[in-house]
Write a protein of this length. Sequence first.
Length: 310
Amino acid sequence: MLYQLSYTPAARWSGAFIEGAGDRQSPLPPVLCSATMHAPHHPPIPVETLLLAYRSGIFPMADRREDSEVFWVEPRERAILPLGGLHISKSLRKVLRADRFTVTLDRAFEPVIRACAEPREDHPETWISERIVQSYIALHRAGHAHSVECWEEVAGGERVLIGGLYGVSFDRVFCGESMFSRAPNASKVALAWLVALLKRAGFALLDCQFMTEHLRSMGAVELPQRDYRRLVDQAHGRPRTSLGTAWRAFNDGADYASGVAAGAGAGAGAGAAEGVAEGAGAGEPEGLGAGLAESASPGQRIAQFLTQTS
C-alpha cells in the first residue's frame, strides 16, 4: 500500500473487509474481518497464509501500533503503477543522475519496515503493528518480501538510511506496502529504482493498493478490484530474472556495488542477501543491455533505462 508514512483508519474502508473466503481451499478463516485472529499469543501470520491472501487480492492491516490482531482488507478500487507509465519530473531525473543517494536492495529490510512504522507529527498512529513487522520479516526471509534502501553519506564517510520502501513479491507481481523519507526525494528515488528493477527483471504488475496524491503524481491509476484480480492472474509465472540480478546490472562497476557502510545491514533479516527474489537463475540477462552506457553511474543508468522503456 505504498503509503508515505500514512495511516488510514479502518472505518474509511467500510465494506472493504472480506466475508466468505471459504470458496477457496485455504488456511484463511471463513470470515475475514477486524479482530478475527484469536491465537493465544498472536504469533506472526504464516508465510503461506500471507502469500495466499496476496494472490487473492487481500492484505492485512492493524488498527494501531500496539494492536496484536489484524484485519484483512480488499479495496473496491485498486491503485497500480503501470511499469511503463512512471512520471519522472525534471527535478527527480536530475537527482537520479546526480547519484545523490546510494541505493541498495534487501540490505536493511527490518530497519526500512520499522522506519515506515514510525509516527510523524500529522500521523501519530500506524497500521504497521509489531505483529505485522514480524510477519513480513518472516516473509522476507522466505524470499517474498523486499526492500529498496536510500543511503546518504555524512561526516566521516558513514552512510545513514534516509529513505526506502518495502513490498511483497509473488509470481510477476510486486505489492508495494509502505515507504518513508527523511530527506527530499528519497522515497521517489526508491520508487524509481523499484520500477526499473521490476521492468528489467520481467515483472508485469506493481500494485500500490490505495491511491494517494503522491502516487498519482508519479503515474499511478485506479481500477476496479475485479480488473486488478485479472491482472494478477495474467501475471502468473516466474520473472525472467531476480531483483538482485537486476540491481547488480545497474550497479556493475559502481564503487558501492559490493556493499555499503559496515552498519548498513544492521537489523536485516537472515537470508536477505540480494538475489533472493523468486525466479533467480531463470534466463537471467547479463550486462546492461543495448543503449545503456557502461561508463555511466548507477543513477544515470536508471534514468536512462526508464526514459528508454517508458
